[in-house]
Design a protein around this ligand. Structure first.
Ligand SMILES: [Fe+2]
Ligand SMILES: [Fe+2]
Length: 476
């Protein structure tokens, strides 16, 4: 079958080209020029390009959010989707529409190739990346390569499309969990197709731009707490899982696990769930049965044995602490599973930052993170909780800030500038009804345009709920 090439399963040369280019960029990013790995990646790139039958030029272009090589849309295996998306993001961030290597690239010395890759990386820190890059390539006299600047508008449009897709998946996941919980309690069984599809869309979104999905975890809904909480735990767990490099199929299982981790709460009487004030010992005992309840409910799902077996353990363990205290009481003294440890962190964070009927206050996200770091190695897996803290940043999305300018701002996302991630803050303006409305959007660490030159300083942080602010009116 290889005659037509159609059924040939070995990766196509286009894929190989992206792999060597990707590896080259990543290696140059972290190593010095004379590093052995850098040299190896340079020769790899050089050899790959030299082997290609480039008569005239080799073009890599982006159109409608996809790569085209020599004018043909790039097809690639699923395994390298993340790599391709990272490359897309790399190009997009620099406002590049494409790169054309001319036949002279085969003769270009390694030192020139290296200098080009360095320029490519550095351009990400410049104001007008593409123009800066073009100028520097010209000045260096690299006639073997041309970069093409893209139209910024299109990238903005792509970002917007992704934002809409991810946000839609968030709310559909919410209705999917609700539906499953309701069907389970009324008819004793429920399918998981919709939930699974939503998790897949979330994982896709994560691969394209993890910040968009993460920002949604700041949504808190007091009335629909259990369901919003379940989706937030999924978002946080998936983001952490993605950060530590879990495979796509593991991420999908982790996401489903997270959506159903509290499914056992359907067995708890409503008056206990909504009770204001302290629980009695008996009531607490009932509440603490819910991880086991989740296992029982998951077993009732209409899903394959294989899927169910992969999503049982995490929910069972999500209240077991790193030092094996917590509940349920685990008899076998062995470490909590990876999914269990991830869920426990995501669950705890969302729970203590969510306003609840029985609690007068909830922690602001940055206070929550500090509290959790204090429990590293005891309550939480020390490595995972640190990764989680880095992932959420100094002021996680959903933190309300009082600034030295007298302004109040809500952190709604993170942007990258000069390689440093910067909290994006919506300044809040009081409206006539005594509430707040959306004001200007600023980068927290950036210099102020008017009324001063130094960046704004944070005086205090709050949980937005303490001022009656609904984060969902402002994020994403
Ligand atoms: Fe729970
Ligand atoms: Fe939970």
């Amino acid at each position: 079958m290889s005659e037509s090439g159609k059924f040939d399963r070995s990766p196509a040369w286009e894929e190989k080209l992206f792999q060597v280019l990707y590896r080259l960029i990543q290696t140059v990013r972290i190593h010095r020029d004379n590093n052995e790995l850098v040299k190896l990646c340079l020769s790899d790139f050089h050899d790959t390009v030299a082997k290609l039958d480039i008569e005239d030029e080799l073009s890599i272009m982006i159109s409608d959010g996809r790569f085209f090589v020599q004018g043909e849309r790039l097809h690639y295996r699923r395994q390298i989707a993340r790599l391709i998306n990272t490359m897309l993001e790399f190009f997009n961030r620099r406002g590049l529409r494409g790169v054309i290597f001319h036949s002279g690239v085969k003769e270009a010395p390694h030192s020139d190739l290296l200098a080009f890759v360095r320029l490519l990386i550095q351009s990400g820190e410049k104001e007008d990346s593409a123009a800066w890059l073009t100028r520097n390539i010209e000045e260096a006299g690299f006639g073997w390569v041309t970069v093409l600047a893209g139209e910024e508008l299109r990238h903005k449009q792509m970002d917007e499309d992704l934002r809409v897709r991810v946000r839609t998946a968030y709310f559909l996941a919410l209705s999917a969990v609700k539906e499953v919980a309701q069907k389970i309690s009324y008819q004793g069984y429920a399918g998981v197709r919709k939930a699974r599809r939503m998790v897949q869309t979330m994982v896709d979104g994560l691969e394209e731009d993890s910040a968009i999905l993460l920002a949604l975890s700041a949504i808190k809904d007091y009335d629909d707490y259990t369901y919003t909480h379940s989706v937030n735990v999924a978002v946080l767990a998936l983001s952490l899982g993605n950060r530590i490099g879990l495979s796509r199929s593991s991420l999908e299982h982790l996401g489903i696990c997270a959506l159903f981790h509290d499914l056992g709460k359907v067995e708890i009487p409503r008056e206990i769930i909504t009770k204001q004030g302290e629980l009695t010992d008996d009531e607490r005992e009932i509440v603490q049965m819910h991880p086991l309840g989740s296992v029982k409910q998951i077993l009732k799902l209409n899903a394959s044995h294989d899927l169910k077996s992969r999503i049982l353990l995490g929910p069972f363990e999500h209240h077991v602490k790193y030092d094996l205290t917590g509940y349920p009481n685990v008899l076998f003294k062995k470490q909590v599973s990876l999914f269990g440890r991830i869920l426990q962190i995501a669950d705890f964070y969302d729970a203590i930052t969510s306003p609840r009927a029985y609690r007068a206050f909830s922690l602001s996200p940055d206070q929550a993170i500090r509290t959790m770091l204090e429990g590293a190695g005891k309550d939480f897996d020390p490595i995972l909780v640190k990764e989680f803290a880095i992932m959420l940043g100094r002021y996680p999305v959903g933190t309300l800030l009082e600034l030295d300018t007298g302004e109040m701002g809500l952190v709604v996302g993170y942007g990258e500038k000069a390689g440093v991630s910067q909290p994006q803050v919506v300044l809040l303006q009081e409206n006539e009804q005594g509430g707040f409305q959306r004001g200007e959007m600023v980068n927290l660490f950036e210099e102020q345009k008017e009324g001063g030159t130094s960046p704004r300083k944070v005086l205090r942080s709050f949980n937005p709920a303490s001022l009656g602010i609904r984060t969902q009116d402002f994020v994403a």
